[in-house]
Design a protein around this ligand. Structure first.
Ligand code: NAD
Length: 511
């Protein structure tokens, strides 16, 4: 017999008490080469559930980043020389250790981010998968090409670029951090990680777990280092440090611009995964049930705080009224609640400042002449960070709700007339991360997929990741790709070596 849901919530609350207790006392320190370091500066990390304090966290600046970068540079000498096969074993060991602490990671992540436990229960598993995937690629990471001519054998090999900085955002931080750090380690790079200040706790667990496996293998803990702090202090210092050769960044487009400028004096290599305003384009011939399921899932799961969310529903006029009416009925039924309740589909948003931003779009929608069909308000009877799932309808492409990344459980529905109109609207934004196309017409699917401004396109599907495929955006949504071998292109330098045959005639001078 199934247990009542309230029992499950109570059980998870008890687990939260157990797993978060370690963060409640004193200051959560940085982890630099395995040493717990904290200075005078701190910041508060609060629970999205009620904005109560979860932890006081050490806020790093130039000094802590310098120490961490030097630890990573020192450890690089040992880590880059570890064979690919050995790195493979160590990364699998990290994955084992993540899986062993999956419950703890899920609970900490859910409370710290407000993300529903139904999704966060998979956070550790997805993180472990990232490590296993790149573990198995580590032995081949150096692989290159053979490019012979009549006179020379040219061959390429790849070498790790050096210590790298990884800067992550507050939405699903555990999964995103593993997605960046696992390939860096597989490539032979060492890492300084700066997590987001609104949800820093799961990074503490991840660093601890990675260091345990690394030290158990007889290697220095400084292969991975964690410095918490504010973007303008710790983050900025990391991007400016001369020992840090590259920055893997996930966050807002405007922060990407800052990082590019900050990294310019040291010629930093950058990889950016930025914002999105992704269209789900539903043509009149689509399988409407499946399209509706996918469109709603891609915007209302993960609290809508998701870069790949389908935040603009572009619906062909012939099916628009029906689609929107059905969507509205479904949106009204979404379960909003405590993130640790397995029943909850939408939890509290990350921070009061973010809530204010998300809610401000209801006013913008009305002012611009769109309709607030569902929501647009706080969720009644819950804490300050709970926002009602929201559906804006009858929008046009120039409205703010159709142009700006809202990053909450908010869908903007826009009607279109035909294929050309759909493409015009789809591409009429500064972003270009993902696009979702729904049609039974294969020719049209190809045409639209090719012409839409997006780094990733799914046809008749929600976002389903296959780890070898490239992940990244165009326009203001990013620079570069990761996934599979693309990640190694970023974290490694390609060297060409040319060896001459005897028959090569060397030109003479001065004879
Ligand atoms: P953000 O840009 O505000 O912060 C991201 C990180 O950058 C944080 O760790 C922050 O401290 C740091 N930072 C801020 N200023 C900095 C500076 N001057 N120098 C160096 N670091 C600095 O983003 P956010 O609000 O935490 O995250 C939400 C954004 O992330 C959304 O735009 C979302 O679309 C994007 N995102 C993109 C992807 C993707 O794969 N494309 C994935 C997840 C999130």
């Amino acid at each position: 017999m199934n247990k009542p849901v309230s029992d499950a919530l109570n059980r998870n609350l008890a687990l939260a008490g157990k797993y978060l207790a370690r963060f409640a006392d004193g200051v959560v320190p940085h982890n630099i080469g395995g040493e717990k370091v904290s200075g005078a500066a701190t910041f508060e990390d609060n629970s999205p559930v009620d904005n109560s304090r979860l932890a006081v966290v050490a806020a790093g600046g130039r000094a802590e980043i310098d120490r961490a970068a030097r630890a990573a540079a020192e450890a690089f000498k040992a880590w880059r020389d570890v064979t690919g096969e050995r790195r493979q074993e160590i990364l699998h060991d990290i994955a084992d250790r993540i899986e062993a602490r999956a419950e703890e990671i899920a609970i900490v992540e859910s409370v710290d981010t407000g993300q529903p436990i139904r999704y966060m229960s998979k956070a550790a598993i997805r993180g472990a998968e990232n490590f296993r995937f790149f573990a198995d690629r580590a032995p081949g990471a150096r692989d290159g090409l053979s490019l012979p001519t009549d006179t020379h054998i040219n061959y390429t090999l790849r070498q790790p670029i050096g210590p790298v900085g990884v800067i992550t955002p507050w939405n699903t931080p555990f999964m995103l951090s593993t997605w960046k750090i696992a390939p860096a380690l597989a490539a032979g790079c060492t890492v300084v990680h700066k997590p987001a200040e609104w949800s820093p706790l799961s990074a503490v667990l991840l660093t601890e777990i990675m260091q345990e496996a690394i030290v158990a293998a007889g290697l220095p803990a400084g292969v991975v280092n964690l410095v918490q702090g504010l973007g303008e202090d710790a983050g900025k210092s990391l991007t400016e440090h001369p020992d840090i050769k590259a920055i893997g960044f996930v966050g807002e487009s405007s922060t990407g611009s800052l990082i590019m400028a900050q990294g310019a004096p040291t010629l930093k290599r950058v990889h950016f995964e930025l914002g999105g305003k992704n269209p789900v384009i539903v043509f009149g011939d689509a399988d409407l049930d499946r399209a509706l399921d996918a469109a709603l899932f891609m915007i209302y799961s993960l609290n809508g705080e998701r870069c790949t969310s389908s935040s603009r529903a572009l619906i062909q006029r012939s099916i628009y009224d029906d689609f929107v009416a059905r969507a509205a009925e479904r949106v009204k039924k979404i379960v909003v609640g405590h993130p640790l309740d397995p029943k909850t589909e939408i939890g509290p948003l990350i921070h009061p400042r973010h809530v204010e931003k998300v809610l401000s779009y209801a006013e913008a929608a009305r002012k611009d002449g769109a309709k607030v069909a569902v929501g647009g308000t706080q969720w009644p009877g819950a804490g300050a960070n709970y926002v009602a799932p929201t559906l804006f309808t009858d929008a046009t492409t120039k409205m703010r709700i159709a142009q700006e990344e809202i990053f909450g459980p908010v869908l903007t529905a826009i009607p279109f007339e035909d294929e050309a109109d759909a493409l015009r609207i789809a591409n009429d934004v500064r972003y270009g991360l993902t696009a979702y196309i729904w049609t039974k017409d294969v020719g049209r699917a190809h045409r639209v997929a090719e012409a839409v401004d997006a780094g990733m396109v799914w046809v008749n599907s929600e976002n389903v990741r296959h780890l070898p495929t490239p992940f990244g955006g165009v326009k203001a949504s990013g620079i570069g790709r990761d996934g599979g071998d693309y990640s190694f292109d970023f974290y490694m330098e390609t060297k060409n070596i040319a060896i001459a045959y005897d028959r090569h005639k060397i030109p003479t001078i001065g004879t």
